[in-house]
Ligand binder design. Structure first.
Ligand code: BTN
Length: 224
């Protein structure tokens, strides 16, 4: 379904992906200006996986955050991964993969899905503890993992097209971490503390505080 393009070095696979048509996958052996969510830097160590998928702009772009994190979790299934809302994949409570959804302002007909997976090196990120496949005892390489992510993404996409978001949400929840537990949610302008009360039907995180239940569409979650 996807056409594969490999580059030795790119600033960011997400930037290059913006000039490719839907159903392209961009893979870089080395990334010099990797970006993360919320304007953060994504430390891109050689040997790790840096890839971006281009898909036609969907009606509900946030559904792809769940489709993609589910595909990564399925790829890492033998290591009992968990997904931390909205789309971080964790192994043993440490982040191994991050996902960045972007739309080029002048090309709103496409959605770019950037996926980073730590294969041989664990970036030292201050926000969350991190791990990599090597640290988990898995000896592999970026291309092997890319092929598996792509296969899972295609399968999950078919299930989404057939059965809708409800089915994705159900499968995603099987990997979710922190439900029913106390969390902090860092929003752009404030921090809220409460119980992670599951997802609403659109995928918003439901945070039950002492006052009310907030549906949260974007933010950083910290387990307490
Ligand atoms: C995050 O968790 O903050 C998201 C990280 C996304 C990193 C990937 S690596 C491939 C693609 N290119 C980028 O510049 N970022 C994404």
């Amino acid at each position: 379904m996807f056409k594969y393009h490999y580059f030795e070095t790119l600033d960011s696979t997400n930037d290059t992906a913006k000039s490719f048509p839907p159903f392209s996958v961009i893979h870089a052996g080395r990334q010099t200006k990797g970006r993360g969510r919320m304007g953060r830097v994504w430390d891109s160590f050689d040997g790790n996986l840096f890839m971006s998928l281009v898909v036609p702009q969907p009606a509900v772009p946030s559904d792809y955050s769940f489709i993609t994190s589910l595909s990564v979790a399925l790829t890492l299934a033998p290591l009992s991964p968990r997904i931390k809302w909205p789309n971080d994949v964790l192994i043993n409570g440490k982040k191994i993969s991050g996902i960045l959804l972007e739309t080029a302002p002048e090309q709103s007909d496409k959605l770019i899905i950037g996926i980073g997976i730590n294969i041989t090196a664990c970036p030292e990120q201050t926000l969350y503890p991190t791990t990599c496949l090597k640290e988990c005892g898995v000896d592999t390489n970026a291309k092997v993992i890319l092929d598996k992510v792509l296969q899972n993404f295609e399968d999950v996409l078919i299930s989404y097209q057939k059965s809708g978001f409800k089915e994705i949400r159900r499968k995603w929840l099987e990997f979710a971490t922190g439900i029913g537990q106390p969390i902090h949610v860092q929003l752009p302008n404030k921090e809220l503390t409460g119980i992670f009360n599951g997802l609403d039907e659109k995928g918003a995180l439901l945070l039950k505080t002492t006052e009310k239940e907030y549906p949260i569409m974007a933010g950083d979650v910290f387990m307490i």
